[in-house]
Design a protein. Structure first.
Length: 295
C-alpha cells in the first residue's frame, strides 16, 4: 500500500482505566514537544466524557474492541486479564496504513521523549528482552512450544511494516490463543513470543531497558518509559511524583478517578522481606500459598 502514514501509538483501556490512559498521554505531551503521530485507543465501555477529555490531550481515534467469538473460548481461562490484552493482535491489520505502530500498556509512565522509541526500531519488530524463559508464559511444559528460549515483555512493542507476512498474523495469534487457552499464564505475551519462534523470519530488536524499565530498578531515573508490569501499579502501590502530578492534572480536567483498592501498608512491609509476595490483605489465599511453596 502506498502513501502510508509514518507512525501511530495504540493504547487499550477499559472504562474504569481512563485515568491510566490519560496519564500516558499527559506524559507523552509533557516530554515529547512537537511529536506527531496518530493516537488510537482501543477500548471497552470508555465513557464519552472521558473520551472527550482524552481528545483534549491529543486527538484520538476511539475503536471499540471486539474479542472474536469462538466455541473454543472459555472465560475461566482468562479471568485474571481484561480481554483488551489481546487488542494488540489487531495492530498487524493496521500495518497497511502505518510504517510503524507502538503498542503501549497503560500501566506505564512516559518520563522522556517518546520519539526515541520509534528511532530505536527502524527495521524490525521491537521488543525489550527480559531474559526470562518462554516456559514461564505457560502453565505447563508443551511439546510443541520451545520452553528453553528467552522471552520478551509485550507491554511496549514497536511493530513495523517490515514484518514478513504481517497480514496473516492477527488471525494466527487468535487461533493460537484459543488453542493454548487452558495453558496460558501470561496470555498475549505467551502467544506473541511463541509467534517469533514459529516464524523465525520475524527479527526482533531488543529496544532495551530504557524503554521498558520497572519503577524500582536502579536505572529507573534514566529511563524514557517506566512500566509497572506487576500487580503493583502506579495507582495502587508505587509513589512516583511525576505519575501523581499527571493524575492530578487528569482529575483537574474532569477525568474519572481511580476507584480500585490500593495496596495495604502491611503489603509494603511484607515486600521488604519477600520481593514477590502478593498482598496478604487483598490476596490472603495467594499469600498463604506463596509461603507454603517456599516464598
Amino acid at each position: 500500500m502506498t502513501n502510508k502514514k509514518n507512525q501511530a501509538i495504540v493504547l487499550g483501556a477499559t472504562g474504569n482505566m481512563a485515568f491510566a490512559a490519560g496519564n500516558v498521554l499527559l506524559g507523552i505531551k509533557k516530554h515529547s514537544p512537537g511529536f506527531e503521530a496518530d493516537f488510537i485507543i482501543m477500548h471497552s465501555e470508555l465513557s464519552e466524557s472521558d473520551q472527550e477529555i482524552l481528545n483534549q490531550i491529543y486527538p484520538c481515534k476511539f475503536v471499540e474492541y471486539k474479542f472474536p467469538e469462538s466455541e473454543k473460548y472459555d472465560n475461566s481461562h482468562f479471568y485474571r486479564y481484561t480481554l483488551l490484552a489481546f487488542a494488540r493482535y489487531e495492530i498487524f491489520n493496521w500495518l497497511d496504513e502505518y510504517e510503524k505502530i507502538a503498542w503501549l500498556d497503560i500501566d506505564i509512565l512516559a518520563q522522556g521523549d517518546i520519539r526515541q522509541l520509534f528511532d530505536a526500531t527502524i527495521d524490525d519488530m521491537g521488543w525489550k528482552n527480559e531474559h526470562l524463559r518462554l516456559g514461564g508464559l505457560f502453565r505447563k511444559e508443551l511439546d510443541y512450544v520451545k520452553n528453553d528460549e528467552d522471552f520478551f515483555n509485550s507491554g511496549v512493542i514497536v511493530f513495523t511494516d517490515k514484518i514478513p507476512n504481517y497480514k496473516k498474523l492477527t488471525k494466527w495469534c487468535y487461533d493460537k490463543t484459543f488453542e493454548f487457552a487452558e495453558y496460558l499464564s501470561l496470555p498475549d505475551q505467551a502467544v506473541l513470543n511463541h509467534m517469533t519462534h514459529e516464524f523465525p523470519e520475524i527479527k526482533v530488536t531488543d529496544i532495551g531497558k530504557k524503554f521498558n524499565c520497572y519503577p524500582t530498578d536502579k536505572d529507573a531515573k534514566k529511563a524514557v518509559i517506566l512500566h509497572s508490569y506487576s500487580s503493583e501499579k502506579f495507582w495502587n502501590y508505587h509513589n512516583i511524583k511525576e505519575w501523581n502530578e499527571n493524575y492530578k492534572s487528569w482529575l483537574k480536567m474532569g477525568g474519572s478517578p481511580h476507584t480500585g483498592p490500593k495496596s495495604s501498608i502491611i503489603h509494603k512491609i511484607v515486600k521488604k522481606i519477600w520481593k514477590d509476595a502478593p498482598d496478604p490483605v487483598r490476596y490472603p489465599k495467594g499469600f498463604v500459598r506463596f509461603l507454603v511453596h517456599g516464598g
